[in-house]
Design a protein around this ligand. Sequence first.
Ligand code: FUB
Length: 321
Amino acid sequence: MTKVNLLSLGLCLHGFIIQAQEEIVIAKGNPIITNKYTADPAAYVYGDSVYLYTGHDVAPKGKEYYEMNEWLCYSSADMVTWKAHPSPLNIKNFAWAKGDAWASQVIERNGKFYWYTAVEHGSISGKSIGVAVSDNPRGPFNDALGKALITNDMTKATNIGWDDIDPTVIIDDGGQAYLFWGNQRCYYVKLKPNMIELDGSIQVVNIPEFTEAPWIHKQKAWYYLSYASGFPEKIVYAMSKSINGPWVYKGILNEIAGNSNTNHQSIIEFKGKSYFIYHNGAVNTDGGSFRRSVCIDYLHYNNDGTIKRIVMTTEGVKKVK
Ligand code: FUB
């Protein structure tokens, strides 16, 4: 990663001057960002750019658990030159949450950007899913509901308190939005057009050896549900012609990272190429599972729609025009 410059922006909004710093960095292969730990990537293509939303690992050396208090946002028009925006969302933005800014995903609808996040609930035992909203993909984002969208007492397929994590969202071709999430069980539910209310009952997805980190995407006629499996985690995937399944398990997509127990993936299409965006523990020398870093490699489909095994590289990807 090469620092190019530091822009100090003075933005005039309703008479107030807001100082924001946007650092431009050029990825030198993988991991793409090396001046802070970034985890749980969720990329979103909007306009001419990719917006990369990540968690922020700040666990000090020796602490062997997650410490995550805010989410980060980067954008790029070429997959190599990244603009680091000021953090657009913090756990403090959810007054009802008490910590753990875990995995998340952003999606746009009708000019608004909805950010689904996993957090620890302050008064209902266990993890939960919140939703924040903004008019701008760079934020700032604010709590859209003033309460959680999903809480642990709404999901009964396991007894654990951390099954309501790792939200992923899609709007299908007919305009119906769906939220998938889970740990040990993968859940999904329809969302109303306002994106902040459930539209029906929560269903369990029938897929094998599901650990966590579902990512839902569509390519041509196929829906793909990729997810972390086993522990340490590898990323596997299933395919279906319908968002409601049945899902056909297709096996391993990305192998165990080796230097991190988790590998949390995001899959996008941008300027004619497909990308597999994930994290590993390659930047630090303090143990990788709680100090993770985002990487990007190419993803290739076969003619029948199946996906070739990902090749994790240190070179990463090249600039795309
Ligand atoms: O970052 C905290 C948790 O680690 C995420 O929710 C999981 O997907 C795993 O990456």
